[in-house]
Design a protein around this ligand. Structure first.
Ligand code: ADP
Length: 446
């Protein structure tokens, strides 16, 4: 038997260095994988082993299941950490890991499968008492058949792909004339992106906020929540700036939804970290989906609760230990995260290339999660997230001031980043008053 536990990090970028730090702090050994364009990633140099799994395109490397399992065998690891994106919510990969003797760090593959199908997920959560957006998930046969059904729901509606992710395969439909074309184009996009053209229809909420609940389960029927996050500031359905906890929502409403989420996760013996995402409008929560993995914005929850979520995932998976009690988890202050993307702040066109110089922000409760360093080359192959600036302070106003300071201190030269966009958001009076909604950035600020 090996004395020291060892994990394989099956990811890259910000989450790879995050997981590496968490594992090393716990005294575990780490093997990492990389594609040929990622040879110079910082976490590889800090890993016990680094294994090349293929060329740049993700489908040939980070999505290459056989290559990752082979790397796990070569490195003789105990478990595989998927992070987010790539194979993190791929139920069949999770199953293959488990069957090959490497614990997939996440929930039961069956739960991943259900939650990965938005229709099945909605059916399940409704049965567990969670409120959903009203809509139609049945068969769509023809324009004639679907029109009266949608009329009943009431326009506007949104057509969504059941296997959807990253905002793909969604269409907003304002009236009956647009309905059929929108369904067909959403089906086509979904088929191309996910290999599944099944779509469903939901009432389109006008100006909701995106509020989510972080939960953590022991896999044996016990779960806790770690409060809420507000991720309403989005562009093209992608989150840009996140906060915890969500403000301007009656305390009893939040308590209620948090408790419902915990009960639901206990009911399905949920294992590890998970997030239930809701739209919040007119005092009501509507479930949209559950992410069965760690999320990019987990950091703000860590800042307000003092709980290291990634370490908690590792300890549960590798030691079978779950040490959190609901009563011990308290909110302390307010936290905010700005996602720093390698992109033009005006046009949002990706801006890969060599980073000439990096100067990181510092200070009390200022956190910088990133793999970048001076001379690091941002490859063209992957998404544009290169860093997260996370700060915490006593209240939201102080947190905004602290974030402004941290961003002003941050220097990334040689490529373009969206730092200026964040500074504009922080100065906005509606943002300061928590008076925004999911399309606020796109419709009113940029
Ligand atoms: P994905 O898995 O592609 O991210 P989601 O179902 O999580 O898709 O939705 C992504 C975003 O789309 C939400 O955060 C919200 O901004 C918007 N959205 C989704 N459903 C609705 C709806 N019914 N009404 C209004 N906006 C919606």
């Amino acid at each position: 038997m090996k004395e020291t536990k060892k994990i394989l990090i099956a990811n890259r970028g910000v989450i790879a260095i995050r997981a590496l730090r968490a594992a090393k702090e716990l005294g575990y050994k780490v093997a990492s994988v990389y594609s040929t364009v990622d040879r110079d990633q910082k976490h590889l140099k800090l890993s016990d082993e680094a294994i090349c799994i293929g060329p740049g395109p993700a489908r040939d490397s980070y999505l290459n299941e056989a290559a990752i399992i082979a790397a796990a065998e070569l490195a003789n690891v105990d478990a595989i950490y998927p992070g987010y994106g790539f194979l993190a919510e791929n139920a069949s990969f999770a199953e293959k890991c488990n069957q090959s003797g490497f614990k997939f760090i996440g929930p039961d593959p069956k739960v991943i499968e259900i939650m990965g199908d938005k229709i099945k997920a909605k059916e399940l959560v409704v049965s567990l008492g969670i409120p959903i957006v009203p809509g139609y998930s049945g068969d769509i046969q023809s324009n004639e058949q679907i029109r009266p059904i949608v009329r009943e729901i009431g326009y506007p509606v949104i057509v969504k792909a059941t296997s959807g992710g990253g905002g793909k395969g969604m269409r907003i439909v304002n009236n009956e004339n647009e309905l059929w074309d929108s369904i067909v184009s959403a089906q086509n996009e979904a088929k191309l992106a996910f290999g599944n053209d099944k779509v469903f229809i939901e009432k389109f909420l006008g100006k909701p906020r995106h509020i989510e609940i972080q939960i953590f389960g022991d896999g044996k029927g016990k779960a806790i929540h770690l409060y809420s996050r507000d991720c309403s500031l989005q562009r093209k359905y992608q989150k840009i700036l996140e906060e915890a906890p969500a403000l301007n929502i009656p305390r009893e409403k939040l308590d209620e939804i948090q408790n419902i989420c915990v009960k639901a996760c206990e009911e399905i013996s949920y294992e590890g970290a998970g997030t239930l995402e809701f739209l919040y409008e007119d005092g009501q929560f509507f479930f949209i989906e559950m992410n069965t993995r760690i999320q990019v914005e987990h950091t703000v929850t860590e800042m307000i609760t003092g709980i290291d979520l990634v370490q908690s995932q590792l300890i549960l998976a590798l030691e079978g230990q779950f040490k959190m009690e609901q009563d011990d988890i308290k909110v302390n202050g307010h936290a905010m995260q700005c996602r720093i993307n390698a992109e033009d702040p005006e046009t949002f066109i990706p801006s890969p290339g060599v980073i000439e110089n990096v100067h990181r922000p510092g200070g009390y409760h200022v956190r910088f999660e990133s793999q970048i360093y001076s001379g690091y080359k941002v490859p063209t192959n992957y998404d544009s997230l290169i860093a997260e600036v996370i700060v915490k302070d006593r209240d939201r106003d102080k947190t905004i001031n602290k974030m402004e300071m941290a961003l002003n201190e941050l220097v990334i030269s040689g490529i373009k980043t969206n730092k200026e966009l964040h500074l504009r958001i922080l100065e906005d009076s509606k943002f300061k008053n928590v008076d925004y909604y999911i399309k606020y950035l796109e419709e009113e600020l940029i």
